[in-house]
Design a protein around this ligand. Structure first.
Ligand SMILES: Cc1ncc(C[n+]2csc(CCOP(=O)(O)OP(=O)(O)O)c2C)c(N)n1
Ligand SMILES: [Mg+2]
Length: 435
């Protein structure tokens, strides 16, 4: 006899978690009473998500169901307060390149040309590209593995990224790493992704502190997922940045899944931006599929950072439209959720906005731009495929310290530190601790 499917009592308790629909009202009128404090979270979205995921267990089987309304109309793009027409088009181009490069990588993997796995940011291109676009040359970026679009915006080419995935001799790590663990601390100001979730946060805070010691306030941007934000080091790094007023711009990429764990089983707050309250820093929510909202929030946070006013936490809500990596078919994701987010595709909506809503761009110009991206990508892919693998002897290089390889040069000037007695503090150059 077939087993009757039953909802596990714990699962039933979890239904609609993240506090949705479970909070007591602040007061009968919905306003705070004198005994309650209120906090503000800036919310740029034009659509509030009204669904939740619930776990259903039947025997050994665990699956997820969506509860709530998935029929809402697709929201429009929110006009940017800061972007020029030209900048809109540039961001659109980066997003296209990001997506097309990942499609090319998927094909290269299927052709057996990729060494290791491939990680995708499908559906998250607006978040990667429009956020990094807000950085200036002197600022710093610490991308995570899905932020390949951020790497493109920051000056790496699709060729670099494809060569890296194919472990080619000419790749950024010369064939030593088979995914995106590479950066550039000399020219592009990019810290390599760190796989240990959350560790980029204190590292980037340290970069901001380093610049501060050298007399500058810069913006340092990094990302953490809905899963990774639960790590202890996220708290430590962000709290340190908050206390020191360091210019950290932290994008919490809430793409609803951490591996196969839905966000509803990862945290109880309604919005991850609420975490900012506990750090004593501004929290902002954006629709991560709207490049304008992402850019505006990033721009404001970067400006704040450069004024020396400290970190900002920006929660970008979106959906990881593929599995964790290429090996993961994401069978655990309820299909209607994919359909819902497919309608909210960040590139299709942005394209429609530029061509049909703003009419800044004719269909013909759009076609030319797409062809141009395709041409660039094909040339990069062909170059990457044809380029050689590292010679075996090269594996011995870079293992032991070579002359000058541990020398860290100050980037913005010599550190300035206070010296002297408490009564008569004066500013001096103090490079001594760097030696
Ligand atoms: C400290 C730590 N714990 C666990 C892992 C293994 N791990 C790698 S990615 C991942 C899921 C991350 O989910 P999320 O932070 O939501 O990012 P997403 O993949 O959705 O972008 C886990 C658990 C890790 N890399 N580091
Ligand atoms: Mg996630």
């Amino acid at each position: 006899m077939a087993k009757k499917k039953k909802t596990h009592p714990k699962a039933a308790m979890r239904a609609g978690s993240n506090g949705r629909g479970q909070r007591p009202p602040a007061s009968p009128a919905g306003k705070a009473t004198p005994a309650q404090r209120t906090y503000t979270i800036l919310d740029y979205r034009l659509e509030k998500l009204s669904f939740a995921l619930r776990q259903v267990r039947a025997g050994d089987e665990v699956r997820y169901e969506v509860t709530g309304d998935l029929s809402a109309p697709v929201p429009p793009i929110r006009e940017s307060k800061y972007l020029s027409k030209q900048q809109y088009i540039e961001i659109y181009r980066w997003m296209l390149l990001n997506r097309k490069m990942e499609t090319a990588l998927e094909n290269l993997y299927k052709q057996g040309k990729v060494v290791g796995g491939v990680y995708f940011g499908l559906g998250q291109e607006a978040c990667s590209c429009a956020s990094a676009y807000a950085l200036r040359k002197e600022d710093w970026l610490g991308p995570m593995i899905r932020n390949q679009g951020s790497l493109l915006v920051r000056g790496f080419s699709a060729r670099d990224i494809m060569m890296q995935y194919m472990a080619k001799a000419g790749s950024p790590t010369k064939g030593r790493d088979a995914s995106s663990h590479f950066g550039d601390i000399e020219k592009r100001n990019v810290v390599a992704p760190i796989s240990t979730l959350g560790d980029l946060i204190p590292v980037l805070a340290g970069v901001a502190l380093g610049a501060r010691l050298q007399g500058r306030n810069i913006a340092v941007m990094t990302y953490i997922g809905d899963g990774g934000q639960s790590t202890g080091v996220t708290y430590e790094g962000l709290n340190f940045a908050a206390v020191q007023d360091l210019g950290l711009v932290l994008f919490v990429e809430n793409n609803l899944w951490g591996y196969s764990t839905p966000a509803d089983m990862q945290f109880r707050v309604k919005d991850l931006a609420e975490r900012a309250i506990a750090y004593g820093i501004p929290g902002v929510i954006v629709d991560g599929t709207d490049a304008c909202q992402v850019y505006d929030a990033a721009y404001e946070a970067c400006e704040r950072a450069r004024r020396g006013q400290g970190p900002t936490l920006i929660e970008a809500k979106m959906m990881r439209m593929k599995g964790h990596a290429i090996h993961d078919a994401a069978e655990y994701v309820p299909r209607p959720l994919f359909e819902y987010w497919k309608k909210r595709d960040c590139i299709a909506r942005f394209e429609n906005y530029l061509v049909n809503v703003k009419k800044w761009f004719s269909a013909e110009e759009n076609r030319k731009l797409i062809e141009d991206v395709d041409r660039e990508l094909e040339a990069d892919r062909d170059f990457a495929v044809a380029s050689p693998m590292p010679v075996p002897e090269s594996a011995a290089g870079g293992v032991y310290c070579e002359a000058g390889c541990h020398e860290i040069k100050p980037k913005y000037g010599m550190p300035r530190a206070r010296a002297g007695t408490a009564a008569g503090l004066k500013r001096t150059d103090a490079a001594v601790h760097l030696k």
